[in-house]
Design a protein around this ligand. Structure first.
Ligand SMILES: Cc1ncc(COP(=O)(O)O)c(C=O)c1O
Length: 406
């Protein structure tokens, strides 16, 4: 019996449980901050590890830096909270001038709305009926909640649920750029936007188009050329929608890699930057407009604090932070202050550092900070970030939407 046959039989006969809607909107920020209040004022080196550290001066820099190239362009910032999953940071982004935030999932949106973030645009679509009903409940409670749609049946489902909830729900049409989500550009997108516009319990607010494949293209000019090319059909679709009289008040997309080039796209209204708050090795490597070898528009504010647990082997250190603290994303982490260290998070609970040269010798119990390969999934592994200023813990930032993947 072949493996593929076994797999097919298993899948055909297994009952797939329906997704449960078990997440709670009762949030535990106070419990988390109370439990950790004794850490406030400590040196970051006294914290136990693995721990997620957030340098607050660097964060402040990033919150301001994102708006600099956009000043006077008419394009706003709508940060994506999928990166930090932390209402306290979303609030800082709004205070820094963001037009609202984006969220990837319904449960993430709920955490933001329930914790005082008034304008949340959910970039993913809800397709199951329980989720759609829950989304309409949220919209009823929070008028600043905007939902996405990318096919006509889904638009009809949203209409039915909005009607049942007795509301008119705000909706944007997601336009395909990377064949992950979205309706194809041209006629299908126009027809869907017109359908949403006609459905009595939906209000059409504009479009989304996320060019995920462009964000990590190395070299500013190469990235810009590719961003413009991938957006050509989206812009043509936008122009058709506008000419047909649709309300095009939102044309949202882009990310950290294209934040300083999207304002040249006709009609574009806001960039959905996520990683810029923290940065990570994947982004640092792509190069920016001012520095081709390092993308240093933003500072690497997020690190994992790790402890050396073994130094018994030459040119090798073992730490307490493996894939469960770093994820398996590539490239491997960058050890702060030790450019020749190669960090490998391949084991679940252990990290290994190999090196030819080091700036000092390390003993068991010494701590290191490591910049993570890809920030979003790492943040999802921790309950809190320790907000650090001048090497001391200044505040605890609960990651309230951690694990909110529904
Ligand atoms: C729809 C959408 N918008 C924006 C972003 C933010 O991207 P970045 O972290 O590259 O700024 C993402 C990231 O995956 C995304 O999926």
């Amino acid at each position: 019996m072949s493996t593929s046959f076994n797999r097919r039989k298993f899948l055909q006969t297994s009952a797939l449980a329906g997704a449960s809607m078990l997440w709670s909107s009762k949030l535990h920020a106070d419990q988390l901050t109370d439990r950790l209040s004794s850490e406030i004022g400590k040196s970051k080196w006294e914290l136990d590890s693995p721990a997620l550290l957030l340098d607050l001066d660097k964060l402040d820099h990033n919150l301001k830096a994102v708006s600099i190239p956009l000043a006077g362009t008419g394009v706003g910032v709508r940060p994506h909270v999928k990166t930090h999953k932390c209402p306290a940071i979303a609030k800082m982004q709004v205070d820094a001038g963001a037009v609202g935030v984006c969220a990837a999932k319904l449960s993430e949106s709920e955490v933001m709305l329930e914790n005082g973030i008034a304008n949340v645009l959910m970039t993913g679509v809800n397709v199951t009926l329980p989720k759609i009903a829950k989304a309409m409940e949220l919209r009823k409670k929070f008028p600043g909640f905007i939902q996405a749609v990318d096919n006509p049946q889904n638009a009809q489902d949203l209409q039915d649920a909005a009607k049942a909830a007795g509301i008119i729900a705000d909706v944007v049409v997601d336009i395909d750029v990377i064949r992950r989500s979205g309706v194809p550009t041209g006629e299908p997108a126009l027809a869907l936007a017109q359908l949403v516009d006609k459905l009595p319990n939906l209000r059409f607010r504009g479009i989304l188009a996320y060019d995920g494949g462009v964000q990590h293209v190395k070299g500013f000019e190469a990235r810009k050329t590719r961003a413009h090319k991938t957006f050509e059909p989206v812009v043509a679709t936008y122009e058709r929608m506008k000419a047909s009289g649709l309300n095009m008040e939102i044309f949202s997309g882009g990310g950290t890699g294209t934040y300083d080039m999207m304002h040249t796209i006709p009609g574009f209204t806001d960039v959905q930057v996520g990683s810029y708050v923290f940065m990570d090795c994947q982004y640092l490597e792509i190069g920016g407009a001012k520095n081709e070898s390092l993308f240093d528009d933003f500072e690497a504010s997020l690190t994992v604090l790790t402890t050396i647990v073994n130094n018994n082997y030459p040119n090798r250190l073992v730490t307490d932070s493996g894939s469960k603290s770093f994820t398996l994303n590539k490239p491997t982490g960058w050890v702060v202050g030790e450019p020749d260290f190669v960090y490998n998070a391949g084991s679940d609970e252990y990290g290994t550092i190999s090196y030819e040269k080091s700036n000092k010798s390390y003993k068991v119990g010494d701590k290191l900070e490591v910049i993570v390969p890809h920030c979003d999934p790492v943040v999802n592994l921790y309950d809190v970030m320790y907000g650090i200023r001048n090497d001391k813990v200044e505040r605890i930032l609960p990651i309230l939407a951690r694990g909110k993947s529904q």
